[in-house]
Design a protein around this ligand. Structure first.
Ligand code: NAD
Length: 698
């Protein structure tokens, strides 16, 4: 008998229990055990109804992630599921926790499903570039109709047990705390009321009469929303097969489509992204048992764009947060901004009025540093100015209790220098949020030279608590994300100098899969930020300060981007859609003429190579310097902070798939033809290319 799946009888009900902590994943042992237990149950003459249940905290929550991306060993899940489907004895699935992926597919092959109210059910395969390949795309539409099945399968989002009951995925909802007891009671009903045990595969009433136009409509929607993604389109094909083909043929079609997804490079990218996110949380050199400092109350200094958003992150997680400004007016403005933000969310129906008030209630505005004496964590988010930041950290050093974590949200400044303003550099750390801070998933935590282990471990844990994907990196100009972005930005400007248009550069990047291009992003953040920095350097007589480029000339005219209604693009009033502007074209043409540049047609592939290879080369330097510990950390920063398409796995994974020899040779060629330190091949890139290795091998 299997040691992870047991069979036992309770009265006349045969109970199959999966017990494979932590999440009863459907690995090889569980699949084998399920078949053995089912055989025992079918052979047990005393059992007339069966229950499929799971021990521990959840029903089967999906495939075993250790088998992801590998061919699975027999018995494969579709075969196991076929045996449950063919059972002559009715089977009741007892669902608690989460029934996800293969777990839900197995439950769909049972005759009845009972779930606790707290349970959630879903088919998240699409998020890993796959589709439900064990009958899910064929059985779910038979239970809930094609429209709702498409919704669930294409989004990959789980639904609550209550929603599942309403849709018809489950047959009963139970308010108790034992799914097994609920299923045993249901088994008694099956007996007492002679409930007809019709296999899902035989139910056709919900799919009969499906409008064939539905599929064209969904495909058109996808073509707009996710044109580059492979698996959502295959999900539509599979559900269409469910309504147009007999069950067995539909299953075959689902299998073919599933295998096509398995072969897709997008699946490899998405699975890399999935594991990279999990791995990023495990920092080399910070063992799992590193002690954490308790963080119960937080303070944020500065209630501007970032400070307000950061305060919301904590309020959203139920953590009280003080918000400090120097002037009442700025404080009022900041708090009003936060309220406006919450109210907009409430208007969309995503928060209740009571929730808005509860969250606002957790944010306490103050002008007095004395209020910070009990804060466990302080995050500074004032102007990007070293002198101001140092002054604030000196004050924090005076007022904060011993052991309080003193964090800065700086994008570029040297955290080690900021730490010198205190007598406790071990407590100083960077917590770099991305704008809008309450929305963007990435938290780039920055460890200074003297930051203590428990401080680094705590900010990683805090990131998790507030729902961020956290990465730990080291100190350098721009850290990982902005340092690489800076290189891409400079290359994008140079490409326009040479003859490309801003919209051509942006289109190459959005066609690649970025949600927005370099220049549209500049307009969103405000092109005045970089211009002011360069202006200051020029005014200070910095010999390395660059001459004003065409972007600076736009900023000089007050065209700062979206906030002024015009920047590199123009914007219709109230719209965020970037529109090409003839005035900008003229300004660029004049700029080129002034520099004696004869514009040339720049091919799209050159734009892509120059914008991305320059980042990969910089990423290699970042790895070499130990600023990021692993290539996957760089990938996570770019996927969650800058919208690098997850299905391409991040810049370093993407480069690995192209082959580092190819990337290196292109970088070398650009160095020879274009010059510039940014194109000097990183020694690490050169070495890996020579050795035929990948960043992922490091
Ligand atoms: P902002 O100008 O919107 O806000 C700064 C706020 O700090 C203002 O409300 C100002 O009144 C307040 N302030 C200034 N001096 C202060 C002081 N001595 N004490 C208390 N409050 C003070 O700026 P922002 O965009 O929120 O940027 C803040 C920090 O976050 C900067 O270090 C910036 O580099 C960093 N950052 C910004 C972004 C972004 O996209 N805006 C992204 C990541 C990090």
């Amino acid at each position: 008998m299997s040691n992870v799946v047991q069979y036992a009888r309770q009265g006349r009900t045969g109970v199959i229990t999966v017990d494979y902590p932590p999440v009863n994943a459907l690995g090889l042992d569980v699949r084998t055990g399920l078949l053995q237990a089912l055989e025992a149950a079918l052979a047990d003459a005393e059992a007339d109804v069966l229950v499929l249940a799971a021990a521990g905290r959840t029903f089967m929550a999906g495939a075993d992630i250790r088998e992801f991306g590998k061919p699975s060993q027999p018995p494969i899940l579709p075969d196991v599921i076929a045996r449950f489907d063919a059972s002559p004895k009715p089977i009741v699935a007892a669902i608690h926790g989460t029934a996800l992926g293969g777990g839900l597919e197995l439950a769909l092959a049972c005759h009845f499903r009972v779930a606790l109210r707290s349970a959630r059910l879903g088919l998240p395969e699409v998020k890993l570039g796959l589709l439900p390949g064990s009958g899910g795309t064929q059985r779910l539409p038979r239970l809930i109709g094609a429209v709702k099945a498409l919704d669930m399968i294409i989004s990959g989002d789980p639904v609550s047990a209550a929603a599942a009951l309403e849709m018809g995925i489950i047959d009963a909802l139970d308010d108790g705390d034992s799914a097994l007891d609920a299923a045993l009671r249901f088994a008694q009903r099956v007996r007492d009321e002679s409930l007809p045990a019709i296999p899902v595969r035989e139910r056709t009433e919900r799919i009969a009469g499906t409008d064939p136009a539905l599929f064209a409509e969904v495909r058109a929607g996808l073509a707009k929303r996710a044109p580059q993604l492979f698996s959502p389109h295959r999900c539509v094909d599979a559900v269409e097969a469910a309504v147009t083909l007999p069950f067995e043929d539909g299953l075959k079609r689902e299998r073919e489509l599933f295998l096509a997804c398995m072969d897709s490079p997008q699946r490899a990218g998405l699975i890399h992204a999935f594991f990279a996110e999990r791995e990023a949380a495990k920092v080399p050199g910070l063992p799992a048992g590193t002690p954490l400092r308790p963080v119960r109350t937080v303070a944020v200094i500065g209630a501007g764009t970032m400070g307000g958003g950061i305060a919301m992150c904590f309020a959203n997680a139920g953590i009280p947060v003080l918000l400090l400004e120097v002037k009442q007016e700025a404080l009022d403005k900041g708090v009003a901004g936060v309220r406006r933000n919450y109210e907009a969310t409430a208007k969309k129906g995503k928060l209740t009025a009571a929730e808005v008030e509860a969250r606002m209630g957790l944010i306490r505005p103050t002008l007095d540093y004395a209020d910070l004496k009990d804060a466990d964590l302080v995050i500074e988010a004032v102007f990007e100015n070293m002198a101001i930041k140092k002054q604030i950290f000196a004050t924090l050093d005076r007022v904060c209790k011993p052991g309080a974590i003193l964090a800065t949200n700086t994008s570029t400044l040297d955290i080690d220098e900021i730490a010198t303003a205190t007598r406790r550099p071990q407590d100083v750390v960077g917590m770099h949020f991305f704008s809008p801070a309450n929305v963007m998933k990435l938290l780039e935590n920055v460890r200074g030279a003297k930051t203590a282990d428990d401080v680094a471990a705590t900010v990683m844990e805090v990131g998790k608590r507030i729902g961020k994907v956290s990465v730990l990196v080291g100190v350098c100009y721009g850290f990982v994300g902005n340092r690489m972005l800076h290189q891409r930005g400079r290359e994008a400007v140079a490409l326009v100098d040479e003859g490309a248009s801003p919209q051509q550069v942006d289109k190459v990047l959005t066609d690649f899969g970025f949600p927005m291009g370099q220049f549209a992003m500049g307009d969103l953040a405000g092109i005045d930020v970089g211009w002011r920095i360069r202006e200051e350097r020029r005014k200070a007589g910095d010999p390395d300060a660059p001459e004003p480029n065409w972007v600076d000339k736009l900023a000089e005219q007050g065209r700062f981007g979206q906030k002024t209604g015009a920047g590199i693009y123009r914007y219709e009033p109230g719209s965020r859609t970037p529109l090409p502007d003839p005035e900008v074209e003229a300004l660029i043409a004049a700029y080129r003429a002034g520099k004696g540049i004869a514009p040339r047609a720049v091919p799209d592939h050159e734009i892509l190579e120059r914008c991305l290879y320059v980042m990969v080369n910089e990423g290699a330097r970042i790895l070499e310097e130990g600023i990021a510990a692993r290539a996957l950390d760089v990938d996570v920063v770019w996927i969650y902070g800058y919208g690098f398409p997850a299905y391409r796995g991040g810049p370093m994974f993407w480069a690995d798939r192209i082959g580092l020899k190819t990337v290196y040779e292109a970088v070398k060629r650009f160095h020879e033809t274009l010059g510039g330190t940014q194109w000097e091949p990183a020694p690490l890139l050169e070495r890996l290319a020579r050795e035929g290795k990948r960043f992922g091998d490091l």
